[in-house]
Design a protein around this ligand. Structure first.
Ligand SMILES: Cc1cc2nc3c(=O)[nH]c(=O)nc-3n(C[C@H](O)[C@H](O)[C@H](O)COP(=O)(O)O)c2cc1C
Length: 183
């Protein structure tokens, strides 16, 4: 990879989903290229206004907020990690506005888009039934299709509720292996 964008959707520093993403990145080492981490809980990013003015000012969006940093990084990257705890059986409220702001990549006449980039979904959930991820998985897969992203892999760790509960689990090994096999 030339570079990787990591969208961290948990408000917890060093939380379960972040630990999982870091295991992948550690496994990847230099294969991930330059890594741009975005701790979304700390970035005041607005939702989409549905103004349909994507690209009208030569940029993806007319809004002036830290999403511009993410757009810049996305333009350069060839891998995107979507990292979110499962909240109400879907994305966390921290990452959802960022996803909504992906509209320019499927609207108007994009100056650049996400086609062909690799995407990896990383999520943890307290529920012990793996089907808890059905909604999130559907959203991820259909969004990848729409955006032309290659769904590289999905790491979905169920039964992980309390802080640090991810430590010592098989999920971390799975994440590291996916990182090691990135090309
Ligand atoms: C607001 C909120 C909503 C949650 N909703 C769900 C849910 O719908 N299903 C589930 O299995 N776990 C749910 N959880 C538990 C988290 O998904 C779980 O604790 C996860 O491991 C947290 O990851 P993190 O440490 O990366 O934030 C919720 C937690 C919070 C705080």
């Amino acid at each position: 990879m030339k570079s990787t964008v990591v969208l961290l959707g948990s408000p917890r520093h060093g939380g379960n989903s972040e630990t999982l993403a870091e295991a992948l990145l550690k496994g990847a080492g230099d294969r991930a290229g330059e890594v741009f981490r975005f701790r979304l809980a700390e970035m005041p990013i607005s939702g989409c206004l549905d103004c349909r003015r994507c690209w009208s000012a030569g940029k993806p969006c007319i809004l002036k907020d830290p999403m511009s940093e993410i757009y810049n990084a996305l333009g350069k990257s060839d891998l995107i990690l979507f990292v979110s705890p499962l909240y109400w059986y879907t994305w966390s409220g921290q990452i959802k506005p960022v996803l909504d702001r992906f509209l320019p990549f499927s609207a108007g006449k994009p100056l650049f888009d996400l086609k062909g980039k690799k995407a990896i979904l990383v999520s943890t959930a307290g529920d012990t039934d793996p089907s808890c991820f059905d909604g999130l998985r559907f959203s991820f897969r259909t969004s990848c299709k729409l955006l032309g992203l290659e769904n590289h892999s999905e790491i979905l760790a169920h039964g992980i509720y309390k802080r640090n509960e991810i430590d010592g689990t098989e999920w971390l090994l799975q994440a590291a292996r996916i990182g090691e096999n990135l090309s």
